[in-house]
Design a protein around this ligand. Sequence first.
Ligand code: WT7
Length: 648
Amino acid sequence: MSDHSKTYPVPEAFAKQANLTPEKYREMYAASIADPVAFWGEQGKRLDWIKPYSVVKDVSWETGDLHVRWYSDGVLNVTANCIDRHLEKRGDKAAFIWEGDAPGESHTVTYRELHTAVSKFANVLKELGVKKGDRVTIYMPMILEAAYAMLACARIGAVHSVVFGGFSPEALAGRIADCGSEVVITADEGLRGGKRVPLKVNADKAAAIAGGVVKKILVVRRTGANVAMTEGRDVWLHEIGATVSADCPPEPMNAEDPLFILYTSGSTGKPKGVLHTTGGYLLWASMTHEYVFDLKENDIFWCSADVGWVTGHTYIIYGPLANGATSVMFEGVPTYPDASRFWQVCDKHQVTIFYTAPTAIRALMREGEGPVNKTSRKSIRLLGTVGEPINPEAWEWYFHVVGEARCPIVDTWWQTETGGTLIVPLPGTTDMKPGAGSHPFFGVQLILVDADGKELHGAADGNLLITDSWPGQMRTVYGDHQRFVETYFTAYPGKYFTGDGCRRDEDGFYWITGRVDDVINVSGHRMGTAEVESALVSHDAVAEAAVVGYPHDIKGQGIYAYVTLRAGCEADDALRKNLVQHVRGEIGPIASPDLIQFAPGLPKTRSGKIMRRILRKIAENEFSNLGDTSTLAEPEVVNDLIENRQNR
Ligand code: WT7
């Protein structure tokens, strides 16, 4: 991340109408730190409680007794907050505006219609035998039924696990098995950028791989494709949906009852099931959505993420609906039918707040200003980004070309684990520095430390830690509490380790510099290098593999794989293609290696540990700076690696 000295003030017209001011931010932030229990006790009132809480915070980050509980004796239901409580005043307001993959297909759902759709869907789940606490896997395209399915789970107290529709049957099966999900909700096919995605076929394969776990598959008709239905297991939503009532009262849930599991990659092992619960998560989704996006009653809010990621959970579904806002849900991709699509959709639905990922901005930037300039975009007043550091060049383009210097940009740093935004230049409260996450959200306490855990003060560069809990924090790794403790609270005992590096500049702005662990961020998709390695090693020809990230113009990071073959295997392009296909099959297209280098040996320490630092440097093209290689078991392998480096 290059340094960037430019500073932009909040555009004047925006500042005049902003919900927050710099003073208000400082005041609220100070209050949130001085007395968290009083602050969060008050904020909790933004939700409707069936039984009010008397305990606000019950948290210990001590590794021996690690627990995170907020509002733990309160009782509420997420959908009562996201739907029912709006019916009186906002019954006819659009809850969702759905925009299909192909232009011309769109559909609006009011809060009243949402209430009916979700109640019916919830009764369908009950018909299928789903009970409070059961896990339900949702493997869907970006259609309204994906939202209904999530909300239907929340209505009856089932725990949803949404799996991104781009994951392979293998990956889906692993997630189904890990949480013991007996019901899977899918569609005949998905539609993205004019291409069909065989979701039901994949779900069938996954059910077979998961071996008897899956008892029911609920299928939504999207494309009308002819798909096989297994008697006794598979059910069409439109058939069973016609038989159920539209009356389904919301299940009273404890604030700490699980709301959802979402699998995400770590630096080791298989993906972990991040568990979020009911009260604290919803509060965080709602509050951050309101403040981060300067929300007003008539906003049309569009978050372009997929519901398969946490961004879609928090800022397409739960945050906007908890706030009674109108949320745009888009089935397609930014470049279909052409690179003007995002802005055409903004014009069509008069979007006022637009939130996307740096990788999309960079891909569109490459197409030039033409596709942007032929649209109006006058309705937009605020822009946002999420998922990875935004390079200043992309920020400038987004600000000047898309937003015509009229719209502030909120660069939101957060993680699947954090539930919602933690670092952000709250609009109207601060100057903007292109590429800087800027300042902590209310209640968030950040510190930077060096490798030994010593706190760094003033302007500094180090590892980013958080020193106290916030209501939206993940509660555990599903089924593996010890892994929760080890992953986040062991490197720096008593503190939450984000896995990110970060710089604080002389003005106190925070700049996220990227992951410092073996996690890579490809087009905003988080991946463990260990997962890609284990996919490669499961191929017959592969003896050993090491995967690292390298800078990529569009994706942010690309995937660079060093592969050592078994004796007798031919190192050629056909095998390269074959390995890419294999990884796509094991994980999904998002994990496809960009470059594969066949290597007779990998650099290892004498104790056999692969020296990734060296592999990273070679992939990054920085041979001059390999550091100390004298501890390698076979120093000569490094020269071979450099000579045969794959071009990018
Ligand atoms: C990792 C979390 C936040 C939801 C989507 C990704 C990186 C995320 C930013 C940002 C710099 C960012 C971090 C983080 N990241 N947002 N605004 N600036 N880096 O969630 O898949 O859990 O990934 O994404 O490295 O640790 P995720």
